[in-house]
Design a protein around this ligand. Structure first.
Ligand SMILES: NC(=O)c1ccc[n+]([C@@H]2O[C@H](COP(=O)([O-])OP(=O)(O)OC[C@H]3O[C@@H](n4cnc5c(N)ncnc54)[C@H](O)[C@@H]3O)[C@@H](O)[C@H]2O)c1
Length: 253
C-alpha cells in the first residue's frame, strides 16, 4: 500500500498501458481518475476497479482542450478532495493510431495533431493540476516519453519528435516547480505489447524489438508498473527532472 490515501489522474487510462497504471495505483491504495477521450473505455476501467473494491471515476477528457483538462482536475478534486499524482500517458499512438510513413508522405495535419495531443496535451494537463498541487504543498507528475527517442523510430518522425519534446518539458517543469515540492519525471517505455487484440504483424514487430534488449522477451504493460508506482510514491521524493528508461536494457542513454 505505497500509495495509500493518494489521488491519481491517469490520462489515456482507458486502454493499454494507461489502464495498467490505473490498476497498479489502486492495488497500492490510491483512488484514480481515469481521464480518457474514449468515454466508454474510461467507464469500463472505472467499473473494473470498483468491482474489485477500489475507488475510481471515469473522467471523459480531451487532453488537447484547455477547458476539458480544467474540468478533469475539477472533477478529481470534487470526487476525492485532492490530486497527488498526474500521469500524462495519453497520446496518439496505438488506440488512435499514427501513420508509419516517411517525412515526405506524412501529412501536415497528422504532424500537427500528434503535437497537439502528445505535447500540448501534457502542457495543458500540468497547468490544470498545478494550482491544486501547489495548494497541497506536494505533487508528482509523471510524463510518458518513449524509447524511440534514443534509437530513432522507423517512419514516425512526428511521434518521436513529440516524445523527445516531453523529456525537455519534464526537465524544465521540474526546475519551475521544485520550490513547491512537486516532482516531475518521465518514463521511457520500450516497445510494449499494449494492444488489446494484437495482430500477428504487431506481435512480430514487438518480438523483433527484443533483438536490441538485454532481457530478450516481449515487454508488457506490467513491466512498467514498478517504475510508475515508485515515481508516484513518497519513495521518489528527492528524484526530479529524470527520465527512467524501462525497456529490458535496449537503450542505454
Ligand atoms: N506501447 C508501446 O510500445 C509504447 C512505447 C513507448 C511509449 N509508449 C507510450 O505509452 C503511452 C501508452 O501507450 P499505449 O501503448 O497504451 O497506447 P494507446 O494508444 O493504447 O494509449 C493511449 C491512450 O490515450 C488515449 N488518448 C488519445 N488521445 C487522447 C486525448 N486527446 N485525450 C485523452 N486521451 C487520449 C487513447 O484513447 C488511449 O487510451 C503513450 O504515451 C505511448 O506513446 C508506448
Amino acid at each position: 500500500m505505497r500509495l495509500q490515501g493518494k489521488v491519481a489522474i491517469v490520462t489515456g487510462g482507458g486502454h493499454g498501458i494507461g489502464r495498467q497504471y490505473c490498476l497498479s495505483f489502486v492495488r497500492e491504495g490510491a483512488k484514480v481518475g481515469v481521464a480518457e477521450v474514449d468515454a466508454r473505455a474510461a467507464q469500463r476501467v472505472a467499473d473494473e476497479i470498483k468491482s474489485g473494491g477500489g475507488e475510481a471515476i471515469a473522467v471523459p477528457t480531451d487532453v488537447a482542450s484547455e477547458a476539458s483538462t480544467k474540468e478533469m482536475a475539477r472533477r478529481a478534486v470534487e470526487a476525492f478532495g485532492r490530486i497527488d499524482v498526474l500521469v500524462n500517458n495519453a497520446a496518439i499512438f496505438a488506440t488512435i493510431p499514427i501513420s508509419r510513413v516517411g517525412i515526405e508522405e506524412l501529412s501536415i495535419e497528422e504532424w500537427d495533431r500528434v503535437m497537439v495531443v502528445n505535447v500540448k496535451g501534457v502542457f495543458l494537463c500540468c497547468r490544470a493540476v498545478l494550482p491544486q498541487m501547489k495548494r497541497q504543498g506536494k505533487g508528482k507528475i509523471i510524463n510518458i516519453a518513449s524509447g524511440t527517442i534514443y534509437h530513432g523510430g522507423g517512419g514516425r518522425i512526428h511521434y518521436v519528435a513529440s516524445k523527445a519534446a516531453v523529456v525537455g518539458f519534464t526537465r524544465t517543469l521540474a526546475r519551475e516547480v521544485g520550490d513547491y515540492n512537486i516532482t516531475v519525471n518521465a518514463i521511457s517505455p520500450g516497445s510494449t505489447l499494449s494492444e488489446e487484440n494484437p495482430t500477428p504483424e504487431i506481435i512480430k514487430m514487438r518480438e523483433e524489438a527484443t533483438g536490441s534488449s538485454c532481457i530478450k522477451r516481449v515487454q508488457t504493460p506490467q513491466d512498467l508498473q514498478g517504475a510508475m508506482v515508485f515515481l508516484a510514491s513518497d519513495e521518489s521524493d528527492f528524484i526530479t527532472g529524470q527520465t527512467l528508461v524501462v525497456d529490458g536494457g535496449s537503450a542505454m542513454p
